[in-house]
Design a protein around this ligand. Structure first.
Ligand SMILES: NC(=O)c1ccc[n+]([C@@H]2O[C@H](COP(=O)([O-])OP(=O)(O)OC[C@H]3O[C@@H](n4cnc5c(N)ncnc54)[C@H](O)[C@@H]3O)[C@@H](O)[C@H]2O)c1
Length: 266
């Protein structure tokens, strides 16, 4: 049977996860593989990739792991070339690397601000810069970038660099979408909300509630009209649609995956 991404070559960055379970990148790699894509799984942490590779292979998928820091331009250029060489081209790029650091302008030091910009926004520019030539060579392609509802609204904490860079991802994607539409390359953004991914336990509770996971989860849940927290698989399903031919007439836009949180004004 033919999958929705049958034989497409997909680069997924941040395809590992900070812990066991369904982070956004891991879920995207596995979900795309279930639909027939060949996965080029990029992460700078080989340990984080292990579970992604195991789960993809268990699902019968084809996957190659590649170690690369997506904030390093030379490494990203080499990554794109290695993927094209390994699989004979590139069809899809999913940019998933990113994460928050706490603090507004007075709290966050300049070095942290610069790191946040590089981590969340420059990384997306760099992968587009070096993967777009391969998509142009195919005469067709899809890019799915990952923002956050923090790029659209206040989400419970002063994390101004994260909010600004994630808003930047949305607008960057729109402009690149219009520029590359004549090349039949679509560029869209998934905007995940307050998910329960391993990142909540691994990092966010330390940033937000002094390590108290239960309090943080309760705070997040209270903001969600649907009354439950999604996880990386919800992000992956939205990315799958945007990467597939079902979205052939969709470019320069976003899918918000947040259980209705952004639609509610409080
Ligand atoms: N988890 C959420 O609730 C949530 C909500 C909204 C948006 N997002 C966004 O989704 C994306 C993924 O978040 P997550 O929490 O699922 O991921 P995660 O933190 O669990 O995993 C990210 C992976 O990226 C890798 N990575 C980090 N820096 C890298 C670099 N410079 N080069 C290569 N690999 C690198 C890590 O090793 C890790 O395996 C991020 O962009 C995040 O901002 C997450």
């Amino acid at each position: 049977m033919s999958g929705r991404l049958q034989d497409r070559v997909a680069i997924v960055t941040g395809a590992g996860c900070v812990g066991p379970g369904w982070g956004n990148g891991r879920a995207t790699a596995v979900r795309f593989a279930e639909e027939g894509a060949k996965i080029f799984a990029v992460d700078f942490n080989p340990e984080a990739l292990k579970e992604t590779i195991e789960r993809t292979q268990a699902a019968g998928g084809e996957i190659v792991g590649h170690i690369c820091d997506v904030t390093d331009s030379d490494a990203v250029k080499a990554m794109a070339a290695t993927c094209a060489e390994a699989f004979g081209g590139v069809d899809i790029l999913v940019n998933n690397v990113g994460g928050s650091a706490k603090g507004g302008p007075e709290v966050m030091d300049e070095a942290t601000w610069e790191r946040q910009v590089r981590f969340n926004l420059t990384s997306v520019y760099l992968t587009c810069r070096h993967v777009l030539p391969h998509l142009r060579a195919r005469g067709k392609g899809a890019i799915v970038n990952t923002s956050s509802t923090s790029g659209l609204r206040w989400t419970g904490a002063a994390q101004s660099a994260y909010a600004a860079t994630k808003a930047g991802v949305i607008q960057f994607s729109k402009v690149v979408a219009v520029e590359y539409a004549p090349h039949n390359i679509r560029v869209n953004t998934v905007v995940p909300g307050q998910l329960h991914t391993p990142m909540v336990e691994a990092r966010l509770a330390g940033q937000r509630t002094g390590g108290d996971v239960e309090t943080l989860l309760a705070e997040r849940l209270a903001r969600i009209p649907l009354g439950f927290m999604g996880d990386g698989r919800d992000t992956a399903n939205a990315a799958l649609f945007l990467a597939s031919d079902e979205a052939r007439f969709i470019t320069g836009t976003e899918i918000i995956v947040d259980g209705g949180m952004t639609a509610r004004c409080d």
